[in-house]
Design a protein around this ligand. Structure first.
Ligand code: ZN
Length: 407
């Protein structure tokens, strides 16, 4: 009985601490009074938690602000130097690795192009991740002991069972044991998710989806993916393959898809399929340049204009289906190709989504471009180890203590 009571008190302290940390992390700077209002905790509880966090060096007072008639209030922020997180975006055209401090300010970044000629050989990707992690730690000059963890956004289905397996049907990854392969090369804590999911988390925490409780975040790159945010959290499904948006059927008996089926949305709206229809099949890594060129040619080339029209129609139809099925309050379009296409095509995409969805759910949502740029996948990946930190998996142990990793 007594033990249970003690456990409850400890749990409560931990919950209060996590509430204050999350609140400060997602909207800093804040005063103690604002933290109290945002978390619903008493000012005494907030004062206690903040004292503890300042003593540990996680939170710092950075100044004073005037308050109406009362004493000036101290402004609190996360201490950027306390610890660092690394985000990795394994895309189909490049691997991007970025190191962030505790305020999510980027401190170092490297990118490696992926040559499609070697077809995403997993050993090449693992090598790039390991080199990238070592490079950003060296470039930023922080000790590896200050790294809270590495989050990795991967293309394909990321199954987080007893071990982390990746199923990338469109490019030949069949149950790749990514965690085991990386664990052999680094001692840092590792977290994994699908790249569309990490982008979704970044856009909902810091970008165009901020504040949305139910959002669909669409990633358009070589292929297509999406994250479903339900009640503020990413919906995973039974085996983490929820929102394989690229493979919904938009044309029965339509174009052949990379997955082996026909008529998938990806066969119309993915960059690879767009370039193929333009007579520029891209097997190398210059898809980004080629798509920009196609978009630039639309004013003079009827073929380019027709392909972009068709792309906007299909993408909008796909989004309309998501609106009907999921009733989101926000749809965010991102990914390198999504941002390129969305610039000129967003009004057409919206119109197609309106035509292909029911009036009521369409009226309840908005369709917007992502605000975090093509780096959103890596930023979102870096939030994966940050989640563990904010929830207290590191509590008391400082950045050197490592939690159970792998998922
Ligand atoms: Zn498909």
């Amino acid at each position: 009985m007594r033990d249970r009571k003690r456990g409850t008190v400890r749990d409560l302290r931990r919950e209060n601490r996590a509430a204050v940390l999350w609140s400060l992390y997602l909207s800093q700077p804040r005063s103690r009074q604002e933290l109290s209002a945002a978390t619903g905790l008493s000012s005494a509880s907030v004062t206690n938690v903040v004292r503890e966090l300042i003593d540990e060096g996680i939170v710092v007072e950075t100044g004073l602000e005037e308050s109406d008639g009362g004493r000036p209030r101290a402004i609190l922020e996360m201490n950027p130097e306390y610890g660092y997180v690394i985000g990795v975006d394994v895309g189909e055209t490049r691997t991007r690795v970025e190191l962030f401090d505790l305020t999510m300010t980027e401190r170092a970044k490297v990118e490696y192009p992926l040559d499609r000629a070697v077809e995403h050989d997993v050993t090449v990707v693992v090598e790039q991740i390991v080199s990238g992690v070592n490079a950003v730690i060296a470039d930023s000059g922080v000790g590896s002991g200050a790294i809270l963890g590495v989050g990795i956004g991967l293309p394909g289905i990321v199954e987080r069972g007893p071990e982390v397996l990746v199923h990338g049907q469109t490019y030949g990854w069949d149950a790749v044991p990514i965690w085991r392969m990386l664990r052999a090369r680094t001692g840092l804590p590792l977290r994994f998710d699908n790249g569309a999911n990490t982008m979704g988390q970044a856009e909902v925490w810091f970008g165009a989806g901020r504040g949305a409780r139910n959002a669909v975040v669409v990633l358009v790159g070589s292929g297509l993916g999406a994250a479903l945010i339900s009640g503020g959290a990413t919906y995973q499904g039974a085996t983490s393959s929820a929102a394989e948006f690229g493979h919904i059927t938009v044309a029965v008996g339509g174009r052949k898809c990379r997955c082996g089926s026909v008529g998938c949305l990806e066969a119309y709206a993915g960059a690879e399929a767009i370039l193929e229809r333009y007579g520029r099949p891209m097997t190398t890594n210059d898809q980004e340049g080629a798509l920009a060129e196609l978009i630039g040619a639309a004013s003079t080339s009827p073929l380019a204009a027709a392909i972009l029209d068709e792309t906007a129609t299909y993408l909008g139809a796909g989004i309309g289906t998501m609106i009907n099925l999921f009733n989101p309050d926000k749809v965010v379009l991102g990914g390198w190709a999504g941002l390129l296409l969305g610039g000129p095509l967003l009004p057409q995409i919206r119109e197609s989504a309106r035509q292909h969805s029911l009036r009521h759910p369409f009226a309840a949502t908005s369709i917007e471009l992502g605000r975090l740029g093509p780096g959103a996948v890596a930023l979102g990946a870096a939030t994966l180890p940050m989640e563990s930190f904010l929830n207290g998996s590191w509590a008391g142990g400082g950045p050197r203590a490592q939690p159970r990793d792998g998922g």
